[in-house]
Design a protein around this ligand. Structure first.
Ligand code: HEC
Length: 90
C-alpha cells in the first residue's frame, strides 16, 4: 500500500521535464538546426542556467517556427535538451 502511494506520488504531477519525452524531442530538434547546431548548448558557453529559463528559451524560439510546435512538443524539446546538454537536476 505504501509502495503504491509512493509510486503515485513519483509519477504524479509533472515536475521539471517529466512531462516531456526526450526521445521524441531529439527527433523534433532536427527542425531547430536551421540556425544553429547543438554546440551552443555546451556547458562552457550556454547562457541558460535554470530549468525555467530553458523552457522559456524553447518557447521563445518556437515562436519563430512555422508551423509551431505544440505545447507537448515544446516539453519534449526541453526534455531532450536537458537530457543531453543542460542536465539540470530533475
Ligand atoms: C531563426 C534562427 C533560430 C531558430 C529557428 C532557432 N534558434 Fe535557438 N538560437 C538562435 C540564436 C541566434 C540563439 C542565440 C545564440 C547566442 O546567444 O549565442 C539561440 C539560442 C538558443 C538557446 C540558448 C542556448 C544557450 O544556453 O545559450 C536554446 C536553448 C535554443 N536556441 C533552442 C532552440 C530550439 C529548441 C529551437 C527549435 C524550436 C531553436 N532554438 C530554433 C537562433 C535560432
Amino acid at each position: 500500500m505504501t509502495r503504491l502511494l509512493l509510486m503515485v506520488l513519483l509519477c504524479g504531477p509533472a515536475v521539471g521535464y517529466a512531462a516531456g519525452d526526450p526521445v521524441r524531442g531529439e527527433k523534433l530538434h532536427a527542425d531547430c538546426l536551421g540556425c544553429h547546431g547543438t554546440a551552443l548548448y555546451a556547458a562552457s558557453r550556454a547562457k541558460i542556467k535554470t530549468p525555467a529559463a530553458l523552457k522559456k528559451e524553447v518557447e521563445r524560439w518556437n515562436d519563430r517556427m512555422n508551423p509551431k510546435f505544440s505545447k507537448q512538443e515544446v516539453e519534449d524539446l526541453a526534455a531532450y535538451l536537458n537530457r543531453d546538454f543542460y542536465r539540470f537536476p530533475q
